[in-house]
Design a protein. Structure first.
Length: 294
């Protein structure tokens, strides 16, 4: 009798397990197919970068008939300035932007989250309100200001505002994270004689590594991929970033070097991929814990 009951109970459990496994397999299959669909343009670009020039647009297959790396050499050295110059310009601007955003935004976020001063809530609301202002609304006044300062055709308009906490999104992100850190740590540090600056440097920053890494990664990726900002402020080819450099491969009035364009486009993805690969754990942790009480 006991064996019969056990068998009757085990049978439904086994069916449930099988259905769960089948559902899991179906979901993962759909996700894999969706991933391949999303990755197809990227894979096609990589494939096109090693195709012969006459086969780039004649086939949609991901497997080229022959491997030809001449597009990489032609793309790197085919312009009046080597493409390495564009890489260097983008790297300098991206690194300075990361430093500026992490330092300035963390200071502003610390003030909003932990310090008490007159009008704190009002200024925080004003800061959040800037998120709703389209970039194009402030573009002309900013350009006129930088033109009068003599900063046009330099990297200063792209870098200096970052050291003035101009990215409200990162301030808001860090404020939410700082608010999740127990205030008892601040009170204990004050009892030991720590100033507000020392609390920020010795307590808040070490505990906020995930959100700082998140801000750094997004800052690097957005700056590295930015086309509009450099297009507005950089006129000399020696100051071009990689995005402006890629544009030079396509000319509406003459022949375009599509092979060189795809080859250099593939190379521009490498720094972003490596940056994300090294810091993905901190990125996921920072996004998962932002706004949550810990």
């Amino acid at each position: 009798m006991t064996n019969g009951i056990t068998t009757a109970v085990a049978a439904p459990s086994s069916d449930i397990t099988k259905r769960s496994s089948a559902t899991s397999i179906a979901i993962h299959t759909l996700l894999i197919l969706g991933s391949l669909l999303m990755l197809y343009p990227l894979l096609w670009m990589v494939s096109a970068s090693v195709r012969p020039e006459n086969e780039i647009f004649s086939s949609t297959s991901l497997i080229p008939s022959s491997i030809d790396f001449s597009s990489y050499l032609r793309g790197w050295t085919g312009l009046d300035i080597t493409f390495g110059r564009f890489f260097w310009n983008s790297l300098v601007i991206s690194i300075l932007t990361v430093i500026g955003n992490v330092v300035a935004c963390s200071l502003a976020a610390y003030a909003f989250a932990r310090l008490r001063f007159a009008g704190r809530n009002f200024w925080f609301a004003i800061m959040l309100g800037t998120l709703m202002i389209p970039y194009h609304v402030t573009l002309i006044p900013q350009y006129v200001l930088f033109l009068n300062l003599g900063w046009v055709n330099t990297i200063l308009p792209l870098v200096v505002p970052k050291f003035l906490a101009s990215d409200a999104f990162f301030i808001f992100l860090m404020v939410q994270f700082f608010r999740g850190i127990p205030r008892e740590l601040d009170e204990a540090a004050m009892m030991d004689g720590c100033s507000a600056w020392r609390i920020y440097w010795k307590i808040m920053l070490p505990l906020s590594l995930p959100v700082l890494a998140t801000a750094a990664i997004f800052s690097f990726i957005w700056t590295w991929d930015d086309f509009f900002g450099p297009l507005i402020y950089l006129n000399d080819m020696n100051t071009y970033t990689i995005q402006l450099g890629l544009r030079t491969f396509v000319d509406s009035t003459s022949a375009s070097d599509w092979g060189g364009l795809f080859a250099m486009s593939t190379l521009t993805l490498v720094p972003v991929f490596l940056f994300f690969l090294f810091f993905q754990r901190l990125l996921i942790e920072g996004i998962a814990t932002t706004g949550m009480k810990r």
